[in-house]
Design a protein around this ligand. Sequence first.
Ligand SMILES: [Zn+2]
Length: 262
Amino acid sequence: MHRILALSLFLVFLTPGAVAQDQTYDPDVLRTVVLDPGHGGENLGALGTTGAYEKDINLIIALKLKHLLEIRTNMRVLLTREDDRDVPFSERIGLANREKADLFISIHCNASFNARANGIETFVLSDAALQEESEKLATRRVARTGRLADAETDGAAAVVKDLFQQSGHDRAKAFANLLTGRMSKRTGSRIRGVKDMPALVLRGAEMPAVVVELGFLTHAVEGRRLASERYQKVYASSLYWSIVDEDKRLSRVQGPNRVASD
Ligand SMILES: [Zn+2]
């Protein structure tokens, strides 16, 4: 009898969602997360087979995800827009930088002229674009200390650049892999891959940042799913668990980050 009770308690612990009912998840590393629902206002994004606009679906899923994170965790969750308006890329990233976000997720849906195109795709800033960004960042950081002139010689720029590249790019990539894997498992969608690109959306980000293309609005099945409330919940929940998993992974790898990111 006791053994059965112990086993069921153990299983409850292993089941996703167990955290939600009894306790609030306390993040170690990802304490501030910025969600960026792509497009908005005049900027409609892709048009789905069902007539739904990408901008609306991005926002609905971002709001659902925000809600999940807020009721189940102690994370601080900020949205780059909470209603139907367009916000320039620089403002979206600017908010994340200003608020010292630990993670930036830009939420989008894909589209193609090929009606059969389908699957989940994530993007991180390409090495070349990142290099440029980190150099700019290094220069800015060094400039603040008033040592811009000898930045090259004392290696300060290189150090900041390396730190940013490693923690930013590698972490973004690791998270993107985790996210696509988890989402594919939940939705059955195929993984198109984690890709490097000079994404305008992510330029200037001072934290790990990813773009997720949840699926194709132009695909018969995925388009219907993306527009349905039931699947919107599934997408939000997959994103939720990816973020929690990522926090746990980072905590194991590098230990709690409470002091370092303050
Ligand atoms: Zn988009």
